[in-house]
Design a protein around this ligand. Structure first.
Ligand SMILES: Cc1cc2nc3c(=O)[nH]c(=O)nc-3n(C[C@H](O)[C@H](O)[C@H](O)COP(=O)(O)O)c2cc1C
Length: 189
């Protein structure tokens, strides 16, 4: 089973990288048989979406190399955990842009959402769920909300700086759902 943990922000010094590294480590602990990979949007500096035809309606699309690299990378996974901060009551534009480039790479695959921000990332998760429906992904009904600033809870290398037992417990339940859905849906994708 291939699970990708997507880092949903790209700015220098971002908290999301530390949160995502911790999330990936938790999944590796919980599911040692899974192949877990961190996918960092900062490594895919794509332009603003600029294609003349909507990707899902363009079977002969030609993408520039950085976009194609993003598409090829995410196509490999059976399920995803998207770690998103909240920016102005939604999820970051860079993450929306990356989703807009998808055609069917996420189609009928499960996604767990992990939100963080000063109010726990609830608006980010809500909006991200809507966008994921557009690319035909299946977002798990439960999400993990990290109250308080992610940067205060996790170092950049993913080491917790505080008691994160409650977050680990929520994430653990959601990872179990993700693995069940990914196993059930794999034959269809
Ligand atoms: C432009 C901007 C807008 C923000 N808006 C919100 C918000 O609406 N709600 C919230 O809870 N936190 C908000 N925050 C706080 C961020 O969620 C928090 O700083 C988080 O660590 C940002 O993730 P990053 O460090 O990976 O960029 C905002 C931060 C930034 C930079």
């Amino acid at each position: 089973m291939k699970i990708q943990v997507i880092v949903g922000s790209t700015r220098p010094g971002r908290a999301t990288l530390g949160v995502a590294r911790w999330v990936a480590a938790q999944v590796r602990l919980q599911a040692p048989e899974a192949q877990v990979e961190l996918v960092d949007l900062a490594e895919y500096p794509m332009p603003f979406f600029n294609e003349p035809v909507s990707p899902q309606f363009n079977p002969s699309r030609q993408c520039e190399p950085v976009v194609q690299a993003w598409l090829d990378k995410v196509a490999q996974a059976d399920g995803y955990i998207v770690v998103t901060p909240e920016y102005n009551r939604s999820f970051p534009a860079v993450l929306k842009n990356a989703l807009d480039f998808l055609d069917f790479q996420f189609s009928e695959k499960p996604v767990v959402l992990v939100g963080h921000g000063s109010t726990g990332g609830s608006h980010a998760v809500l909006h991200l769920r809507s966008a994921l429906a557009g690319v035909q992904a299946i977002s798990m009904p439960a999400a993990t909300f990290i109250l308080g600033m992610g940067g205060k809870l996790f170092a950049q290398d993913g080491t917790p700086k505080a008691d994160v037992e409650g977050i680990a417990s929520s994430l653990g339940r959601n990872v179990q759902s993700l693995l069940r859905f990914a196993a059930a849906l794999k034959p269809a994708t």
